[in-house]
Ligand binder design. Structure first.
Ligand code: ZN
Length: 236
């Protein structure tokens, strides 16, 4: 690899709340920020649509940050969706399995995502990879854990003979703190952008607008997002 620059980053950007906040953080910290999104046969395309809405809103509301945006990469992982028979990729009810994981869990997803991001970064001289994984809220997801990602960072470095850095700025923050980070970064305007355009609902619903954004209001992702917003507002 040649020309790697510490001032560049690739953000794993799904259009969800956490990755939207990570994108805003990265655009504040680094001068060149590329994004990567994965189409793995999600049963709704709401998140992929949310990505474009976030880009457009950044352009309008935060032009200085948006000017630091580089290329956006979409990786087709529909084959991965086919082997991961879970609720996110099939029309089934959401339920918790015996190990406390919702059936929305796609095994090993983040390992795959970071490996693709590293492969993209490798040829573009970008070795800083940023993701919104959070052990505080998603401790049951083994591929969101800090230890997993530290191990992956080392494996990517060994496997590609390059020094990769995986940054997870939300790892130890709960959803209330994520809203607080958002406000600290861009005030009410950025909070409004995240609420309006980022998408969390597992069911892909956007019919009802709550103060924290759109969603069904019932699924685990909506409940987490709503509870975090409420706690953040109460502690202001
Ligand atoms: Zn929902």
């Amino acid at each position: 690899m040649s020309g790697a620059s510490a001032d560049r980053a690739i953000v794993l950007f799904s259009g969800g709340q956490d990755s939207t906040v990570c994108l805003a953080l990265a655009l504040t910290r680094y001068s060149h920020v590329e994004t990567v999104g994965f189409d793995y046969g999600q049963r709704h395309r709401t998140e992929l649509d949310a990505r474009q809405a976030v880009f457009a809103a950044l352009e309008t509301g935060f032009p200085t940050l948006a000017a630091r945006r580089g290329d956006d990469h979409i990786v087709d992982l529909s084959g991965f969706g086919a082997i991961s028979q879970t609720a996110l990729t099939q029309e089934t009810e959401i339920w918790m399995n015996e190990s406390g994981l919702p059936n929305t869990f796609v095994p090993g997803r983040n390992l795959l995502f970071f490996t693709y991001a590293a492969a993209i970064g490798y040829r573009r001289g970008v070795t800083r990879l940023i993701g919104g994984m959070c052990e505080t809220d998603y401790s049951g997801y083994p591929d969101c854990r800090n230890e997993t990602l530290k191990s992956l960072e080392r494996s990517l470095g060994l496997g590609m003979d390059a020094t990769f850095t995986i940054e997870t700025p939300l790892m130890w923050r709960d959803k209330a703190e994520t809203w607080a980070v958002t406000h600290a970064l861009g005030g009410d305007h950025l909070v409004a952008l995240v609420a309006e355009h980022s998408h969390s609902c597992y069911l892909g619903k956007r019919e009802t607008r709550y103060e924290w954004g759109y969603g069904c209001g019932e699924c685990p992702a909506c409940q987490l997002r709503a509870a975090g917003y409420k706690k953040w507002r109460e502690n202001l």
